[in-house]
Design a protein around this ligand. Structure first.
Ligand SMILES: CC(C)(COP(=O)(O)OP(=O)(O)OC[C@H]1O[C@@H](n2cnc3c(N)ncnc32)[C@H](O)[C@@H]1OP(=O)(O)O)[C@@H](O)C(=O)NCCC(=O)NCCS
Length: 156
């Protein structure tokens, strides 16, 4: 298993990531909304632009010089010193190899050391058992189940 690292997502990396992207059915409560992903240059530019704000850090999960997933630290609250993590690997090739667990640990470290926060939250829809397992494996603590979601938190 090759090493992975995190870096700030650039526009170029974002295009590289989405050129080989696959949507994952695990994140859809309503499967009627699930559609196979189709790369669209303008849509990726819009996506990248909307993520550039002070309450969010968009990170690329890198392996062998290429992006294999994205991880976001969003809802960054400087006063409460917390944020919320979300993660999605590029496609099935990069799932189930340990990269997601490793990326979550690195993102928590980034939140604590680089952003100087003291807690990271995460939530998953109930059916996403893999994500729940991975969050727990990375050290997140289960908090509650509410309105179709399971909530997790990692405190420094
Ligand atoms: C969730 C995700 C980020 C995890 O990353 P990953 O690289 O696939 O995860 P890892 O390989 O590090 O670990 C997978 C673990 O889940 C387990 N697993 C796989 N399918 C599972 C399932 N249906 N139920 C429970 N555990 C499952 C594996 O056995 C493994 O655990 P183990 O090491 O204890 O055996 C990745 O699968 C992904 O991008 N999924 C689609 C998007 C998504 O669900 N994002 C999270 C939204 S909240």
């Amino acid at each position: 298993m090759g090493e992975i690292s995190l870096c700030i997502m650039t526009r170029e990396l974002c295009h590289e990531l989405f050129r080989n992207w696959e949507n994952d059915p695990a994140i859809y409560t309503d499967m009627a909304l699930f559609k196979a992903y189709q790369y669209d240059e303008d849509a990726v530019n819009r996506y990248f632009d909307t993520k550039q704000n002070p309450s969010r850090v968009l990170l690329a999960i890198m392996k062998d010089g290429a992006p294999i997933g994205e991880i976001q630290l969003k809802q960054i609250d400087r006063e409460r010193r917390e944020c919320t993590l979300s993660i999605h690997m590029q496609n099935n090739t990069f799932k189930g190899c340990g990269y997601g667990t490793c990326a979550e640990r690195l993102a928590v470290q980034y939140a604590f050391e680089t952003l100087d926060l003291s807690a990271v939250n995460a939530d998953t829809i109930i059916k996403n058992k893999r994500s729940q397992h991975v969050l727990e494996k990375a050290g997140f603590r289960f908090i509650k189940e509410e309105n179709g979601f399971k909530y997790y938190r990692y405190e420094r």
